[in-house]
Design a protein around this ligand. Structure first.
Ligand SMILES: NC(=O)c1ccc[n+]([C@@H]2O[C@H](COP(=O)([O-])OP(=O)(O)OC[C@H]3O[C@@H](n4cnc5c(N)ncnc54)[C@H](OP(=O)(O)O)[C@@H]3O)[C@@H](O)[C@H]2O)c1
Length: 265
């Protein structure tokens, strides 16, 4: 086993995960990256290695495959000392449930919920070996209220948030600090960007640069902050959502999200 310390990042081939990888490398951390095959992650890893002089290892797999994920996590545990886990991989989408296949909904639950729990549970023994270690779980502002036409996605992110809070309390005595990141809209890919633009002016108010979100979240997680909401507009919205009756929040957000319906999974 390598005696170097590593950050394990899931869904690191593109979007926010890639930003986490670049920012962590810029802070001098070695990386283990999990990504879907075909996302050019090995070439990203070589680039990061060359630019920042850190060690980077890549595992390409579909994290919805429980057995493959289990074997990969076992190998990672045998080879690398992971002191920081960033559970970033996640998918969603906007469509009427009647227009969506069960398989598409099942993949959201498998990746956002099951794989997130599987990765976290598998890495806790390794993380607990350090005097101080960290878990950063990526939820979403969507965790704050149910949303029509997204239904399963906000429910999956509410699960992640609740799971992480329970875990934070449970792992307190073991030196493992758990933080939750609640990003608002981020223009990480064409599909997400199109959906954000379709929602109009209010959705655009919460937009923040992807690298800035990643850097801020890493630093706050290392300071053991429990909940991280990037950006002042998103923090105001989060407070409003705490005060608003759930039915009102549900109606307001769903009306805005309905405008995205031209963008599907
Ligand atoms: N974009 C937003 O507006 C927004 C807002 C709030 C929260 N978030 C959350 O932020 C996280 C990253 O989102 P993003 O927009 O950057 O992502 P993205 O570009 O849409 O890609 C989704 C991420 O999940 C990974 N992934 C998808 N299916 C996978 C699978 N079966 N196995 C392994 N990895 C898989 C992808 O890995 P590869 O890189 O290998 O493709 C990618 O990193 C997600 O948890 C998302 O829910 C995003």
């Amino acid at each position: 086993m390598s005696d170097q310390k590593f950050v394990l990042i899931t869904g690191a081939g593109k979007g926010l995960g890639k930003a986490f990888a670049t920012q962590c490398a810029g802070m001098g951390y070695n990386l283990v990256l999990l990504a879907l095959p075909g996302e050019n992650t090995p070439s990203l890893a070589r680039h990061i290695q060359y630019q920042f002089g850190v060690a980077v290892f890549v595992y390409e797999l579909d994290m919805c495959d429980e057995e493959q994920l289990s074997a990969t996590l076992q190998e990672i545990n045998e080879k690398y000392q992971v002191f920081f886990l960033i559970n970033n991989a996640g998918i969603g989408g906007t469509a009427s449930i009647t227009q969506t296949s069960f398989q598409a909904l099942d993949r959201i639950i498998r990746l956002n919920v099951k794989a997130g729990v599987q990765v976290t549970k598998s890495m806790i023994p390794a993380l607990s070996r350090f005097k101080e270690s960290y878990i950063l779980n990526v939820a979403s502002m969507a965790a704050f209220a149910p949303i029509a036409y997204k239904t399963v996605y906000p429910a999956s992110k509410a699960f992640i948030a609740s799971f992480s809070m329970g875990l934070r309390e449970e792992l307190k005595g073991q030196g493992v600090s758990v933080s939750i990141l609640y990003p608002g809209p981020i223009m990480t890919n064409c599909n997400v960007s199109g959906r954000i633009l379709a929602q109009g002016f209010v959705a655009r108010l919460g937009l923040i640069n992807t690298d800035a979100i990643a850097r801020d979240a890493i630093l706050k997680c290392l300071k053991k902050r429990a909940r991280i909401v990037p950006g002042i507009w998103n923090r105001i919205t989060a407070k409003l959502l705490e005060w608003l009756p759930v039915d009102t929040a549900l109606h307001l957000i769903s009306t805005s999200v309905k405008r995205e319906l031209s963008y599907t999974f």
